[in-house]
Design a protein around this ligand. Structure first.
Ligand SMILES: N[C@@H](CCC(=O)N[C@@H](CS)C(=O)NCC(=O)O)C(=O)O
Length: 230
């Protein structure tokens, strides 16, 4: 039997690229911190410039520089991290439970965060969103959150009794849904359709690594908002 070790290459630190205002960046950052993986951070803003697209083909953040090359898409980063550094495990060992955990992440991102994202321009960045979009997003969010309510356990973690990558995703995405819907509709969709979420988010937010991510996020948000406009 040939045993291939990833150790030598992975002793070179990996670099998480993006900025700490991004929920997707913070999702991966929290996973890295919770797994005690050494990494560095590089401040990179979204762009469509060639040098950015060479590393992140959609010009999005986060992306991860590794000794073997660059990876984009936060969930791909999460999977790479888990497979490269299996301990401490942030997925259940059992394949079915592991799949249930990934199912939560998919639901959160496809059916909750993605529709909510269409509100962010107006909710957070001073832009405007059409009434038609607001109506469409409200219906999608209601459906997405109701579906998430069927899957989420909150006992005490989103998937059950252990902290997983699904908590890293939920903790960064769900507060934005609450803030954006309050701003746009004057209603908190999280309270309405996922009432157990708030105490759960508080619990996750008390974790030291979550506090670190949050402190960095606040500092980055201030810097981002006061940056010189082009
Ligand atoms: N599916 C992507 C989403 C990442 C994403 O949307 N990132 C935002 C920042 S939070 C971004 O880069 N936006 C710029 C753009 O869409 O061009 C992932 O999971 O990495």
């Amino acid at each position: 039997m040939i045993i291939v070790s990833l150790e030598p290459e992975l002793t070179t630190p990996i670099t998480l690229c993006g900025f700490a205002v991004s929920n997707y960046y913070n999702k991966v950052k929290l996973s890295l911190l919770e797994k005690n993986i050494p990494f560095t951070e590089a401040l990179v803003f979204t762009s469509q410039k060639e040098e950015m697209l060479a590393e992140s083909p959609m010009g999005k953040v986060p992306f991860l520089r590794t000794p073997m090359g660059v990876l984009s898409e936060s969930q791909v980063l999460t999977e790479f991290i888990e497979e490269s550094w299996p301990e401490p495990a942030l997925y259940p060992r059992d394949p079915f439970k592991r799949a249930k955990c990934r199912e939560l992440i998919e639901h959160l991102e496809l059916h909750v965060e993605l529709p909510a994202r269409r509100l962010y321009t107006e909710a957070f960045f001073g832009g405007t969103v059409s009434e038609e979009t607001k109506k469409e997003v409200a219906a999608l969010l209601e459906k997405g959150l109701r579906s998430l309510a069927r899957l989420a356990r909150f006992s005490p973690f989103i998937g059950g009794d252990s902290f997983t990558h699904a908590d890293c995703a939920a903790w960064v995405h769900l507060p934005l849904v609450s803030q954006a819907t309050r701003k746009i509709y004057g209603r908190d969709f999280l309270d309405e359709f996922l009432p157990l979420a708030k105490p759960y988010l508080k619990l996750i937010g008390e974790r030291p690594h979550a506090q670190k991510v949050n402190d960095d996020r606040k500092a980055a948000t201030e810097a981002f908002m006061s940056r010189p406009k082009k």
